[in-house]
Structures are given as structure tokens and as C-alpha cells.
Design a protein around this ligand. Structure first.
Ligand SMILES: O=P(O)(O)OC[C@H](O)CO
Length: 528
């Protein structure tokens, strides 16, 4: 949404967009007549790593941070009338709560949480066809990142702690917020498609999937279109009276796609956050190339839009790691420090950094991969290492885009970019060079919230123009083959493979080879 204004009916008042993310909740107020952002605020959320591979958030805090962000936002516009709410939220994270008390039962299991890796491995072992069935029905891989194994673990834990089964509700973060806002146990189809339980063609929880994960559907929310009537707020929330309708719900990455106006095949975006999500709408619900997921982007005006997606596990976190390892001076932001170092050198001097902190996500899906810093010599400088970190992010995105387009059925013309790391002009230029295509970089850091606001506005008859990009980046003519080759070799080292098997196209073969190894490598085996 931009300051350009809207077309169509002008209802007056404002839309409140919420973006509940991993590190904070944002609240953005958008004028329903002009389409302009009139106020915004955020409130941080904490994250805990209580054991290796475990990532937890306090579900109650996800809610209170949302209330705080709303209050901070509305106090900037005390007279405003909120006409409706749009929600975008972090995906896959599993929340478990009591229907009778409305309180969380245990911590939220974060999307990065991999505690169920062994459980997933065991499922693949016990049911040899399970991974293929899951991939065929859901478009996803059997991986602990997704919600179903976390739901299973949360229900077991709540039940073991004494909660009656009939009282236990689970859902992704959108469902949790909707429960607290409206008292309804519902979820949007985009979020539902990240659980491993939604059958993509029928858009319903599927018995075969429920039975694989041992989940009784009685615990689950009802999947709804993204523009459904999600209910109205049941209580006064600070300055906001009760009775405000929730008009739109989208998963965060999907909301950013909507904000960019990427609604048809051939368009696409990358959201550079802790990890990076590359998404592009696709004409059908199946057939994505190896290592790439198919997901419901949204269900609007009575029909679903599907998208291909590749999730990169470490991008912003890789930049943070490199910045703190190089020693960020006090008072300087890590990103700005890396940028200043990297702009001082023309290239990485042969250094390659593969940030496989907890394995590699798309398109490799190899949880056994390890972090690698290669090509380092006695002459390697801080600037070159900073550059290698930025290149690592751009190479991973290029790997995903290449995999997404590998069957020849789609080609993204201009890649839209949003998220914190887009502040790096060096990264954006490297990205454009490696892909050999232009980038449109979002002007707002709140692309997901604005996507939810846009869909909510449309429910009021307000057609909001697509966001105007802040920057257009065009590729420099340069030789990228050597850089891509060096990166592929570093990936092979990270995966413990001969460098000849470095390219993602070889993943199928390598997954079979590595599948005979340790149980930690089971997630690789699970990606058909
Ligand atoms: O909270 P974010 O912005 O890091 O997004 C998390 C993603 O939705 C996980 O799939």
C-alpha cells in the first residue's frame, strides 16, 4: 500500500494491519480513503533455544506483543475509526491452548524448531510411502519445520500434563490470534497449507495425513479462505472497541507476495528475513521441481492461488553471525557494518561462506550439511569475508530461483525484494547480477502487513494500487559462471559430497546416497 491513494469506494476510517513475526509484532494503520500509512508501531517478542534444535516462543507473549503494538499504533491516531483488521503472521509455528481457559498450554514451538526430526525419521522408516504421500497431497516435504509434527508433540505434552483431550486446541499463529480476537477456531488456507495436513487439491484436512501424524481433527481450526468472515473482536482492545471485523488473514510471506502484486505466474518475490522465502504464483497445485514446495498463496474471491516456494533457512541470521564474528563496533548496526566493509572490496577474493547452521533448506533440504568457510588465505580481509556473507545470501536465492525454473514451466521476469537485508545495496546488486535480471526493491519494511491491509481494504470495496517499488536494480554485465561454480563447490563441501555433485540437479541422486547414513540425515531422505 502506498501514499498514491485508492480507487473505488471510499469508506473513510482506517484499516489496522497486524504482522505477527518471529522477532516482533508490527501494527500499521492504513487510511481507507487515501491508502496512506498513517501510523505504525511494533513490539518485540522473545525467542528461546532451550536445547539443541529446540526453538520456543511464549504464546501468551505473542498475544500481548500484538496488543502492545496495536496500542502504540492507535495512540498515534486517537480519533481514528478502525473499520477492519488484516492479519499476517509467521508460519508453521505451532500453538497449543485450552479451549476452556483460553490460555496457552506450553510454549509455541517455533518454525525453526527441529525437535521432531527423529519422530519424522521414524515415520519415514515405519511408513515407507509416507514422504511421497505427503509430498503429493500437501506439496511439502516431511520436515520438522512444518506444523503437524509440532502439533503432535504439543498435544502429547499437554495431555501428559493433565489437559483433557477434548479441551486441547492447536493452530498456527494466525489461528491463535483469531481465537484471542474473535473466539473462533479458524485459520486461513495459506497458513493451513504449511501444516502438512492440508490436501492441496481439495483444500481440506485429509484423513490420510491426519492418520500419518496421529492427529484428531477435533483439535484443529477450520480452514477458511483468506478473505472469509473471520469474526469480530469480542472485547475492547485498549483504544479499539469490540465488534471490529477481521477482514483478511494471510501468512506473512504470502502477504508480502500480495503486497508486491505478484498474483500471476512469471512474477515472484524474495523476502529477506531470518531466512529467505522465494515465492512465485503457479498455475496448478502440483508438479514443482525437486526441492521446491507448492503452497496455497491465498484463497480470494472464491478461488485458490497456488505458489512455488523455496525456503532458505539462514540468510539474515548468516549476516548477523558474520557481523558479530568480525566484531561490530559498539553503536553500529551489524548490517550497516557489513555493508561498509563489503563496499570496500570488489569481490570476496575467492572466499565462500555456506551458512548451513542447521543444515540447508531449499533446494537441497539436507539437514546433515554443515557450515563452511572455504577459499580463505592468509591475505583474506574482513571486507572480503563481509562480501562472502552477502554473496552467500544471494547465491542461496539464485539456487532456489534456478530450481524453481528448472522444469521450464515458469520464469520470473523481475524479482521483487523485501525484508531487512534489502537495505544492503551491495546485496541487491549481487543478487541482480547472479540472477541476470532486474530487482524491484520494496520501499516499506512492512510488506507483509501492507499485503494484509491491501486484502482487508479490498473487502471494503477499496481497490488499492500495487505498491510502487523504492528502487529498481538492473544487472551489471559480468561473468557469473565462475562465481556460481565456486559456490556449488562450497555447497558440495558443506554436504560432504564430491564437488562434481554440487549442483541441486544432483540432489535426488545424492539424497539416495546419503540416506543410508545417520538418523540426522533423515530429512534429506524425506524429500522426494
Ligand atoms: O517471522 P518471519 O518474518 O521470520 O517469518 C517466518 C516465516 O513465516 C517462517 O516460514
Amino acid at each position: 500500500m502506498t501514499s498514491q491513494g485508492q480507487t473505488g469506494r471510499s469508506p473513510g476510517g482506517a484499516l489496522l494491519a497486524l504482522d505477527q513475526g518471529t522477532t516482533n509484532t508490527k501494527a500499521v494503520l492504513v487510511d481507507a480513503t487515501t491508502g496512506a500509512v498513517t501510523a505504525q508501531a511494533s513490539s518485540p517478542t522473545s525467542i528461546a533455544f532451550p536445547a539443541p534444535g529446540w526453538v520456543e516462543q511464549d504464546a501468551e507473549q505473542l498475544w500481548t506483543a500484538t496488543l502492545t503494538a496495536v496500542e502504540r499504533c492507535l495512540e498515534q491516531a486517537p480519533e481514528v475509526r478502525v473499520l477492519g483488521i488484516g492479519i499476517s503472521s509467521q508460519r508453521e509455528t505451532a500453538v497449543c491452548w485450552s479451549r476452556s481457559t483460553g490460555r496457552a498450554l506450553g510454549p509455541a514451538l517455533g518454525w525453526q524448531d527441529a525437535r521432531t526430526a527423529a519422530w519424522c525419521a521414524d515415520l519415514a522408516e515405519r511408513e515407507p510411502g509416507a514422504a511421497a504421500t505427503i509430498r503429493r497431497r500437501t506439496g511439502l516435504s516431511l520436515d520438522p519445520m512444518f506444523s503437524a509434527p509440532k502439533f503432535r508433540a504439543a498435544i502429547d505434552a499437554a495431555s501428559a500434563a493433565g489437559a483433557p483431550l477434548s479441551d486441547i486446541a492447536v493452530g498456527t499463529v494466525d489461528a491463535w490470534l483469531l481465537w484471542r480476537l474473535t473466539g473462533r477456531h479458524v485459520t486461513d488456507l495459506g497458513n493451513a497449507s504449511r501444516t502438512l495436513l492440508l490436501d492441496l487439491p481439495s483444500l481440506r484436512w485429509h484423513d490420510e495425513l491426519l492418520s500419518l501424524f496421529g492427529i484428531d481433527p477435533v483439535h484443529l481450526p477450520e480452514p477458511c479462505p483468506s478473505d472469509a468472515s473471520f469474526g469480530v473482536t469480542t472485547e475492547c482492545l485498549g483504544r479499539m472497541p469490540a465488534g471490529v471485523p477481521v477482514l483478511a488473514v494471510l501468512a506473512d510471506s504470502h502477504a508480502a507476495l500480495y503486497h508486491h502484486g505478484c498474483t500471476v505466474p512469471g512474477t515472484g518475490k524474495a523476502t529477506y528475513g531470518t531466512g529467505t522465502s522465494v515465492m512465485s504464483p503457479t498455475a496448478d497445485a502440483g508438479g514443482a521441481p525437486h526441492g521446491i514446495a507448492t503452497t496455497v498463496a491465498w484463497h480470494v474471491a472464491g478461488r485458490p492461488t497456488y505458489a512455488r516456494e523455496g525456503n532458505i533457512v539462514a540468510s539474515g541470521s548468516a549476516l548477523d553471525w558474520m557481523a558479530s564474528t568480525l566484531g561490530v563496533p559498539e553503536g553500529t548496526a551489524g548490517g550497516a557494518y557489513l555493508e561498509a566493509l563489503a563496499t570496500g572490496v570488489p569481490d570476496s577474493g575467492g572466499a565462500c561462506f555456506v551458512p548451513a547452521f542447521s543444515g540447508l533448506g531449499a533446494p537441497y533440504w539436507d539437514r546433515s550439511a554443515v557450515g563452511v568457510l572455504s577459499g580463505v588465505t592468509a591475505g583474506t580481509t574482513r571486507g572480503q569475508l563481509a562480501r562472502a556473507a552477502l554473496e552467500a545470501v544471494a547465491h542461496q536465492v539464485a539456487d532456489v530461483v534456478e530450481a524453481m525454473e528448472s522444469d521450464g514451466s515458469t520464469r520470473i521476469g523481475t524479482l521483487h525484494a523485501d525484508g531487512g537485508a534489502t537495505a544492503s545495496g551491495t546485496l541487491m546488486q549481487i543478487q541482480s547480477d547472479l540472477l541476470g535480471r532486474p530487482l524491484d526493491v520494496a520501499s516499506s519494511p512492512a510488506a507483509s502487513a501492507l499485503g494484509a491491509a491491501r486484502l482487508a481494504a479490498e473487502q471494503l470495496g477499496v481497490a488499492v494500487p500495487v505498491a510502487t517499488p523504492g528502487r529498481h536494480v538492473t544487472p551489471h554485465p559480468c561473468a557469473v559462471d565462475d562465481r556460481r561454480r565456486a559456490w556449488s563447490q562450497a555447497i558440495a563441501r558443506s554436504r560432504g559430497l564430491p564437488v562434481s555433485q554440487a549442483h541441486p540437479a544432483n540432489s535426488e541422486q545424492t539424497s539416495q546416497q546419503t540416506s543410508q547414513q545417520t538418523s540426522e540425515q533423515i530429512t534429506e531422505r524425506n524429500h522426494p
